[in-house]
Ligand binder design. Structure first.
Ligand code: NAP
Ligand code: PAF
Length: 319
């Protein structure tokens, strides 16, 4: 048995992110188990297929598909690939699929997601955040379209580890992804890392819904581009107010990086078109609340949230 085969990885929510990383880890030799809901019958029958503009087609014909977490083998690493909107309801599923001292990684965008889940999880579980730098979305059931990138940065949030053990666990997690040929770094501060990623997600996720536009369409329009830059700057200022210094000239860095990206619809756009709940709390309401607490207002971000809340008829007070 190889070192990889000795490690069981469970995917809690096998959509675009869960499916992509699960298949890449399985291809690297890890024993991967997938928890599914609506796509269970298709994946049980046909496995999972990644159609990638980077790697071509990768088909895992025999995927370990489950529709009941209590039936899954106990997993050492659990990668949560569901949207943040379902996190509280995932707790019993996570607990059922977790080996003793399992490491649970929230492979999700947003702010405060670990803080929300932690009090609901048992103390013996390690909780980490995983920030995925990737453009991927679900196509037909069991089929994942991968447009670009694939890196994952991990940070330890909380659990029974000492500071030294937490670092070792985070490095071990990053090595799983590196063994699968993906970039992965251990981050010292998950909160800082989450703010930094929000500088991209706050403007593009919500505006793609409101403007019904791809990243390319927005970047090619001077007014939308100026609004994106303003939203990014508000996010950087809020991060600073919360004690997190982000890199210099970060707005320009993010704009230039997006200019080079393939034309892309962020995951919130796909949620909107499929009438799934939007991640309004993690991506907007939670960072807005943290900024307010730190005495910083984010007026354009607030307006974006108000407009999105109207669009999907979701009162902000109930997020
Ligand atoms: N997509 C990207 O390119 C990208 C990039 C960076 C970060 N992210 C972040 O990654 C996270 C996941 O996004 P995604 O695009 O992968 O979402 P997604 O494609 O919608 O996948 C979510 C999956 O979770 C499943 N799920 C939800 N609740 C479940 C339950 N109780 N039991 C079993 N399965 C359950 C869903 O199943 P159903 O089909 O039954 O709903 C779906 O397959 C989000 O936080 C997103 O912001 C995404
Ligand atoms: C586009 C991306 C690479 C931005 O970080 C992706 O991670 C996303 O949509 O969150």
């Amino acid at each position: 048995m190889t070192a990889q085969q000795a490690i069981k990885v469970g995917i809690i929510g096998t959509g675009a992110i869960g499916g992509f990383y699960g298949v890449m880890l399985a291809k690297a030799g890890y024993e991967v188990h997938y928890l599914l809901r609506s796509e269970y019958p298709a994946v049980k029958q046909n496995g999972l297929m990644i159609q990638s503009d980077v790697y071509g087609e990768i088909h895992q014909a025999q995927a370990n598909a489950w529709n009941d977490a209590s039936q899954m083998p106990k997993c050492d690493w659990l990668l949560v690939g569901a949207k943040t909107t379902s996190n509280p309801s995932l707790v019993p599923l996570i607990e059922a699929a977790a080996a003793d001292n399992a490491k649970v990684v929230l492979m999700q965008n947003g702010f405060g997601v670990e803080d929300e889940l932690r009090p609901l999880l048992s103390d013996k579980l390690h909780l980490l955040g995983g920030l995925c730098f990737i453009c991927v979305h679900r196509g037909a059931p069991g089929i994942i379209y991968h447009q670009a990138y694939g890196g994952v940065n991990l940070g330890y949030h909380s659990g029974p580890a000492t500071a030294e053990q937490a670092l070792a666990i985070t490095e071990e997690g990053a090595s799983l992804f590196r063994n699968a040929g993906l970039d992965s770094k251990a981050m010292a501060n998950i909160e800082q890392a989450r703010w930094q990623k929000l500088v991209w997600n706050i403007p593009y996720n919500g505006l793609s819904v409101l403007l019904d536009a791809t990243t390319g369409e927005m970047m090619n329009n001077p007014d939308a581009r100026a609004l994106i830059a303003d939203l990014m700057q508000e996010t950087i200022d809020a991060a600073t107010a919360c004690g997190h210094q982000l890199p210099d000239n970060f707005v320009q860095t993010m704009l230039k990086a997006t200019d080079k990206m393939p034309d892309y619809h962020p995951s919130m756009y796909h949620d909107f078109t499929h009438q799934r709940p939007l991640e309004l709390k993690g991506i907007y309401a939670a960072p807005l609340a943290a900024a307010k607490e730190a005495g910083c207002s984010m007026p354009k971000v607030e307006m974006l949230l108000q407009s999105l809340a109207f669009k999907v008829n979701q009162p902000i007070a109930e997020l």
